[in-house]
Design a binder for this molecule. Structure first.
Ligand code: DQA
Length: 151
């Protein structure tokens, strides 16, 4: 069974009450539950962790680098300017997929650029909670492909 860290960045614990017109009205707990159920049905085990602080997010990435198989990462606003998070993603060998609830490319200009996406396996955005579920599917495909190649 693949072990997946689902890492949520700043302000995401306020889902449901935070700008519902952009992020929807369902709350963070229900997002985590949906992720865990979807992961199980894909034969994966997902662990959700959230932090508002850059250093704690870096620590989470370091902590799982040898014991987990991949990461689904929504870095929130850090996406657009955190070189420290970019370096942390680049420093670990397991695949990381960047996800966003909103379509960042259709929003303010500062959100169009991700400094983290270039060191990720890919980026999925604009599908609400489904961005995370699509991320799990993509990660599973990557892991299956890698394990086939290594046989
Ligand atoms: C977000 C998009 C970011 O630009 C924003 O700062 C967030 C949420 C998303 O999931 O759509 O906090 O990552």
């Amino acid at each position: 069974m693949w072990n997946v860290l689902v890492l949520h960045g700043p302000n995401l614990q306020l889902l449901g009450e935070r700008e519902p017109e952009t992020y929807g009205s369902a709350d963070f707990n229900s997002l985590c539950q949906q992720i865990e159920h979807a992961a199980q049905s894909l034969g994966m085990q997902a662990e959700n962790r959230q932090s508002n602080s850059e250093g704690a997010l870096i620590d989470h990435l370091h902590a799982v680098r040898l014991s987990f198989d991949g990461v689904i990462f929504n870095p929130g606003a850090y996406t657009h300017y955190s070189y420290a998070l970019r370096d942390a993603v680049a420093a670990i060998a397991i695949p990381v997929i960047e996800v966003h609830l909103s379509n960042v490319h259709a929003r303010e200009e500062f959100r169009h650029r991700s400094v983290i996406a270039p060191v990720c396996a890919g980026q999925i955005c604009g599908f609400g909670f489904n961005s995370y579920l699509l991320g799990l599917h993509a990660l599973k495909m990557i892991l299956e492909e890698t394990s086939r190649e290594s046989v």
